[in-house]
Design a protein around this ligand. Structure first.
Ligand code: ADP
Ligand code: MG
Length: 811
C-alpha cells in the first residue's frame, strides 16, 4: 500500500467550535482518512489520508457537502502540444497525483490544463514545473480563463501546418502505393527490380516527416509509462518499415516488403487528423460567436472629451458612448439618448427593443438606431456576456459520470491492443506456422486498426457541440452530471412566484373593516412595506404611490419575516402585514373577512391582511399573471409522463386556483422558504428523481438539493446562480428546451461510445486475421489505417449534427 499523505486546508464558513467538530466527524467518516484535526481558531484542517483510497477532491467535497468550504486557487496553463485525448488522460492522471492538487481538467481542444489546488501545500510554479518535467512546454499561465479566442487561433495555425505535411505525405505515399500495386498486379513498371529501393526512398520522408508527430507522442507517453494512439501508430508503421528494411538488407527472407503500407497509413492517419481538426474548429463555433459579440474598443468620456480606448480600459462608472450599428461594450444604464437595441443574443427576441434613459443595457447587444450615453455598471469579465462565455467554456470541459468509466477503459486500451498484437503474432508465426511476412502483416493491422481515439473523442466532441448549441438557445448547462439524470426524471417542481408567474403582482382589491378607510389602509400598509423587497411589498408600495399624493411615512421599526410578512412600528402603532400564519401568531381575529378571503383566493388572488395594534384593519388582494407559455410547457411535460408540482409559500386555495388554470394537479402550498429544500428531500426519499425550477437566487438551496436544478435567470448575475442549468432568457419554454437538448446530448454520447466500441470489437479480430483461415481475407495495414482514420472522423462529424438541433415544435 502506498504511503499516507498529510494535507493542511484553510476552511471557510466556520462560526463556532461545533462546526469544527462536525467537519472532523465528517472527515473521519471518509474511507481512507487516517486522521483529521480541525482547528477552529486558525480555521485550518489537518487531514492525513491514503491518496490511493480517497482523493483530495473527495475530501474537499465532503467538507462542502456539510455546508463549509475550503480555500482553493485555480490556474490555467496553455500547452500547445497537447494533441490527443490520450494525452489528456496522461496529464490529468499525473497532475492529479501531485500533493495539493484538488482537481484537474485537461482539454486537447482548448489546449489547456486547468488545475484547482490547495494554496497551502502547492503553488502555480510547482505545478508548472511538474508539467514541464513531463515533457510539455507551457506557453501561458493565467489565473482566469481568457475571454479571447486563443483556441480558434491555435487550431487554425495547427491546421495550416498540418496541411503541408498531409499534402507531402499523401503525394509520396499514394504514388508509391500505386506503383507497387500496379506492379504486383502484373502491369509492367519501370525499374521494377529496384522496387524496394524506390519504396525506401519514397516512404522514408513520409515516416520521418509525417510520422514525427506520432513518434514524439509515443515517446512522451512512454516517458509517462503509458500507451496511446500514437504508440499504436508508431508501433504499427514502425513494424512494417523496419521489417521491410530487414528484408531488403537480407536479414529476413520474405517475398514482399511493406514500405508502401507504412507510408500510406501515416498519410491516411494524418489526413484523418487534418479533417478532424477542421471539424473541431466547427465544434467550438458557438462560443466563438459569443466572443465575437464582445466589442474590442469603446468610446468613453474622459476629462470631458470623447476618446476611444481598448475595452479592458473601460472602468465601472465610465460614461460610454454608443453610435448606431455599434455593439454595446459594457453592461450599464442609459443616462442620455434613446434607440432600438437588438438583444437577440440574450433574449432570443429578434425584434429590436426601444430603450431610453434609465433603461438597462447589456454588453454584446447591438444598437440598431439612435444614440446612447451609458454609465457602465459592469465591465470586462463581470458582464453578463463574459459570465456566459466563462460558464460555457467551463461546461465544455466537463465530463459526465460515464466518461470516468470510458477514461479508465481508454487508459488501458492501447495496452490491450498491444497485447492482442503480440498474441496475434505469436499465434500466426509460432502456432499456425504461416509465413513471417503474413504474421507481421496481421500484427501491424491490429495495431493500426484499433482506435482508442474514437473512444476518447466520443464524449468531449458531443459535449462541446451540444453545450455550445444549448448556449445559443439561451441555455447554460453547467454540470454534465445532469445529462445522466435527465432521462431518469419523474417529477418537475416549479416555484410559483416569479417562475410560473411573472413575479410582478398588482393590487386588485382592497377591503376595509373596523372603521378604517381604504386610503388609510394603504397608507399604513405602505409605511410597513416600504423597506421590504418582496414583490408583494413592491406592488403595495406602487399602488399607494398612485392613490395617495404625499406618501412619506417612515416606520420607526421594521422587521420582515420570510414567507409570512412584515412587522413595523409607525407613529407608535404596531402594524402587521402578512398572511394567516403571521396573523395567528399575533392573535388577530380574521373571522369577519373569512368568506371574502376564501372567494378572492378561489379566483387565484394572493390575499394579505393588514392589522393595527392586533386588530384587523383590512385586506389587500393581489394578482400575478402567469408567465407566457406556462400552460404549454406544463402540458408538454405531462405528455412526457412527468409529475408536475407547484411549490409555494402562498395559501393553498390561491395556489390551487392558479394551478388549475395551468393544468397542474399537485400543489404543495404554505411552505416557508427554508422548508422548500425539505419538500424536495421528501420527494427524493419517496424515490422520485426531481427537477426543481426556480429563480436562482431565492431558491438556491432547493435548486441545489434537486437532482436537476434549473434556474430561471433574470439575467443579472448568471455565474452566481445556483442550479445545474441556467436559463439566460426569461422564457419558461427554456425548461423544455433544456431537458430535450440535455437528452439529445446524452443520446449522442451514447451513440458515439457504442459506435466507437463496436468498431473496435468488430475490426480488431478481422485485422488479426480471424477470417483468414476461412476466406483468405487479409486486412492490409493501409486499409486498417484508413478505417481507423474514418472512425474518428465519423465520431466527430456525428457530434457536429448537434449544431443543428432544434427545440421541439409541439410546444
Ligand atoms: P412564494 O413561495 O410564492 O415565492 P414567499 O415564500 O415569498 O412566496 O411568501 C409566502 C407568503 O408570505 C406570501 O404569499 C405572503 O402571503 C406572505 N408574505 C411574504 N412576504 C410578505 C410581505 N413583505 N408582505 C406581505 N406578505 C408577505
Ligand atoms: Mg419565490
Amino acid at each position: 500500500m502506498s504511503n499516507s499523505r498529510t494535507e493542511k486546508l484553510k476552511l471557510i464558513g466556520m462560526h463556532c467550535v461545533s462546526c469544527a467538530v462536525a467537519i472532523e466527524k465528517k472527515l473521519r467518516s471518509l474511507k481512507g482518512v487516517v486522521k483529521a484535526i480541525v482547528n477552529f481558531a486558525s480555521e485550518e484542517a489537518e487531514v492525513e489520508y491514503y491518496p490511493s483510497k480517497v482523493a483530495l477532491k473527495d475530501i474537499v467535497n465532503a467538507i462542502r457537502d456539510i455546508g463549509y468550504d475550503v480555500c482553493k486557487e485555480e490556474v490555467h496553463f496553455t500547452i500547445q502540444s497537447i494533441s490527443s485525448v490520450d494525452e489528456e488522460f496522461i496529464i490529468e492522471d499525473r497532475v492529479k497525483s501531485l500533493s495539493g492538487v484538488i482537481d484537474v481538467k485537461v482539454s486537447h481542444i482548448a489546449k489547456s490544463v486547468s488545475v484547482v489546488f490547495n494554496p497551502l501545500s502547492t503553488n502555480v510554479d510547482e505545478i508548472k514545473k511538474f508539467i514541464e518535467s513531463m515533457g510539455y512546454r507551457v506557453t501561458s499561465v493565467k489565473g482566469e480563463i481568457e475571454i479571447e479566442d486563443i483556441e480558434g487561433k491555435t487550431l487554425k495555425e495547427e491546421i495550416t501546418k498540418l496541411r503541408k505535411v498531409v499534402v507531402l505525405s499523401l503525394t509520396l505515399a499514394l504514388s508509391l502505393a500505386t506503383y507497387v500495386m500496379a506492379g504486383l498486379f502484373g502491369v509492367p513498371m519501370p525499374y521494377w527490380e529496384y522496387r524496394d529501393v524506390i519504396g525506401l526512398l519514397l516512404s522514408t520522408p513520409v515516416i520521418l516527416i509525417g510520422g514525427r508527430k506520432f513518434f514524439i507522442g509515443a515517446y512522451k507517453a512512454l516517458k509517462n509509462r503509458s500507451a496511446s494512439m500514437d504508440t499504436l501508430v508508431s508501433l504499427g508503421t514502425g513494424t512494417a518499415y523496419i521489417f521491410s528494411i530487414a528484408v531488403m538488407t537480407g536479414l529476413i527472407e520474405s517475398p514482399e516488403t511493406y514500405f508502401e503500407a507504412g507510408a500510406v497509413v501515416i498519410a491516411f492517419v494524418l489526413l484523418g487528423k487534418y479533417l478532424e481538426l477542421k471539424m473541431k474548429i466547427r465544434t467550438g463555433e458557438a462560443v466563438r460567436k459569443l466572443m465575437e459579440l464582445q466589442a474590442r474598443r469603446a468610446k468613453v468620456i474622459r476629462d470631458g472629451k470623447e476618446i476611444e480606448v481598448p475595452i479592458d480600459e473601460v472602468r465601472v462608472k465610465d460614461i460610454v458612448i454608443v453610435k448606431p450599428g455599434e455593439k454595446i461594450p459594457v453592461d450599464g444604464i442609459i443616462v442620455d439618448g434613446q434607440g432600438y437595441v437588438d438583444e437577440s443574443m440574450l433574449t432570443g427576441e429578434p425584434i429590436p427593443v426601444f430603450k431610453r434613459e434609465r433603461d438597462p443595457v447589456i454588453a454584446g447587444t447591438i444598437l440598431k438606431s439612435g444614440s446612447l450615453k451609458i454609465i457602465a455598471t459592469r465591465v470586462g469579465k463581470e458582464t453578463i456576456l463574459s459570465q456566459i462565455i466563462k460558464l460555457v467554456k467551463q461546461a465544455q470541459m466537463g465530463k459526465p459520470p460515464i466518461q470516468r468509466l470510458v477514461d479508465k477503459v481508454a487508459g488501458y486500451f492501447a495496452w490491450i491492443v498491444i497485447a492482442i498484437a503480440i498474441l496475434t503474432f505469436s499465434y500466426w508465426y509460432l502456432i499456425a506456422n504461416i509465413q513471417l511476412n503474413l504474421a507481421i502483416l496481421f500484427t501491424a493491422s491490429v495495431l493500426l486498426v484499433a482506435c482508442p481515439c474514437a473512444l476518447g473523442l466520443a464524449t468531449p466532441t458531443a459535449i462541446v457541440v451540444g453545450v455550445g448549441r444549448a448556449a445559443e438557445l439561451g441555455i447554460i448547462i453547467k454540470n454534465m452530471e445532469v445529462l445522466e439524470k435527465i432521462p431518469k426524471l419523474t417529477t418537475m417542481v416549479f416555484d410559483k412566484t416569479g417562475t410560473l408567474t411573472k413575479g410582478e403582482p398588482e393590487v386588485t382589491d382592497i377591503y376595509v373593516v373596523n372603521g378604517y378607510r381604504e386610503h388609510d389602509l394603504l397608507k399604513i400598509a405602505y409605511a410597513a412595506e416600504k423597506r421590504s423587497e418582496h414583490p408583494l411589498a413592491q406592488a403595495i408600495v406602487k399602488k399607494a404611490k398612485q392613490v395617495i399624493n404625499e406618501v412619506n411615512t417612515e416606520p420607526e421599526f421594521f422587521n420582515s419575516i420570510p414567507g409570512q410578512g412584515v412587522i413595523a412600528k409607525v407613529n407608535g402603532k404596531t402594524i402587521i402585514v402578512g398572511n394567516d400564519k403571521l396573523m395567528k401568531a399575533y392573535n388577530v381575529n380574521l373571522t369577519p373577512v373569512n368568506d371574502l378571503v376564501k372567494k378572492l383566493r378561489e379566483d387565484g388572488k394572493t390575499v394579505i391582511y393588514v392589522a393595527v395594534n392586533g386588530e384587523l384593519a383590512g385586506i389587500i388582494a393581489l394578482a400575478d399573471t402567469p408567465r407566457e407559455y406556462a400552460f404549454q410547457v406544463i402540458s408538454y411535460l405531462k405528455r412526457k409522463r412527468l409529475k408536475v408540482v407547484m411549490l409555494t409559500g402562498d395559501s393553498r386555495i390561491t395556489a390551487k386556483a392558479i394551478a388549475r388554470n395551468l393544468g397542474i394537479d399537485e400543489v404543495i402550498a404554505e411552505v416557508l422558504p427554508e422548508d422548500k429544500t425539505d419538500v424536495i428531500k421528501n420527494l427524493q426519499r419517496k424515490g422520485e428523481v426531481v427537477s426543481m425550477v426556480g429563480d436562482g437566487i431565492n431558491d438556491a438551496p432547493s435548486l441545489t438539493q434537486a437532482d436537476v436544478g434549473i434556474a430561471m435567470g433574470g439575467g443579472t448575475d448568471i455565474a452566481k446562480e445556483a442550479g445545474d442549468i441556467v436559463l439566460v432568457r426569461n422564457d419558461l419554454r427554456g425548461v423544455v428546451t433544456a431537458l430535450e437538448i440535455g437528452e439529445a446530448i446524452r443520446r449522442k454520447i451514447a451513440f458515439n461510445l457504442f459506435w466507437a466500441f463496436i468498431y473496435n470489437v468488430v475490426l480488431i479480430p478481422i485485422a488479426a486475421g480471424a477470417l483468414y483461415p476461412l476466406t483468405g481475407l487479409i486486412l492490409r495495414p493501409e486499409f486498417a489505417g484508413l478505417a481507423m482514420a474514418l472512425s474518428s472522423i465519423s465520431v466527430t462529424s456525428n457530434a457536429l449534427t448537434l449544431k443543428r438541433w432544434r427545440p421541439p415544435k409541439s410546444l
